[in-house]
Design a protein around this ligand. Structure first.
Ligand code: C5P
Length: 235
């Protein structure tokens, strides 16, 4: 790691959707007694390479979470889409600093078990190639469906499932966010957007522990893992 390299982490957490039912969005569901998003923030704060963590949340929550868990963390108002929340996060992070960040990571609030080894490998690849993401091969055969039937069986050997943290050189992320804003484009994944705009997005080996908590049963499994491993996962 180069001296004085500045690394920003953005954790978009401004979604209101809850596939869990009830009023609490999934990123605020508790894991081991603390909200999932807080678990992710704390893991990044544990890492000395991280200069700053920005968490876009729903506007109405900004005041409620203002007493942030450390001076490296700031909560800001997110936007209408995930991508807009990332843009708001970047604006907020850079408007308060004279110098820009060198590398920027974007992480799903609902992936508490990412490993710091994977994070560092992804940062290294982003420094070298401009953009990088952790991906894992698919255990299941994947079919393309039409009219409730298999239209085509996809070649699993060329497919990966994208995880986070996805990492970018600052110039690359700024380029793709500016282009997406101009074109009013949306994306569920910044790595895919970077590839769409012609950047090389390097694949780093992810791991199956870094799963995304989206359904109630994922949370049940996460609680068991947390209890068993004290939340350390394979970090
Ligand atoms: O709902 P979905 O799983 O696609 O959201 C992905 C992530 O983006 C979630 O962490 C969610 O909180 C975040 N998000 C956001 N701002 C929005 C919508 C979603 O930060 N307006």
């Amino acid at each position: 790691m180069a001296d004085a390299e500045r690394v920003l982490v953005i954790i978009p957490a401004a979604g209101s959707g809850t596939r869990f039912g009830g009023d609490v969005p999934k990123q605020f569901q508790p894991l081991g007694g603390k909200p999932l998003v807080q678990r992710a923030v704390e893991r990044f704060l544990f890492d000395p390479v991280v200069t700053r963590v920005i968490v876009p949340v729903m506007e109405k929550l900004v005041d409620a979470v203002k007493s942030s868990p450390g001076e490296r963390v700031t909560f800001v108002a997110g936007g209408d889409t995930r991508l807009q929340s990332v843009m708001r996060g970047l604006e907020a992070a850079t408007s308060k600093n004279d110098d820009d960040f060198d590398l920027i990571a974007i992480h799903d609030a609902v992936r508490p078990f990412f490993s710091l080894d994977t994070f560092h490998a992804t940062l290294d690849a982003a420094r070298e190639h401009g953009a990088a993401f952790p991906g894992i091969s698919l255990p299941d055969t994947v079919h393309q469906i039409a009219n409730e039937a298999i239209a085509k069986t996809l070649d699993r050997s060329v497919l990966v499932a994208a995880q986070t943290p996805q990492c970018f050189r600052s110039d690359v992320l700024r380029d793709i966010l500016a282009r997406a804003a101009r074109e009013d484009a949306d994306a569920t994944d910044e790595a895919g957007l970077a590839a769409k705009y012609g950047h090389h997005v390097h694949l780093v080996r992810g791991d199956s522990m870094n799963f995304k908590i989206t359904r109630p049963e994922d949370l049940v499994m996460a609680e068991r893992i947390w209890a068993e491993w004290g939340g350390e996962g394979d970090a």
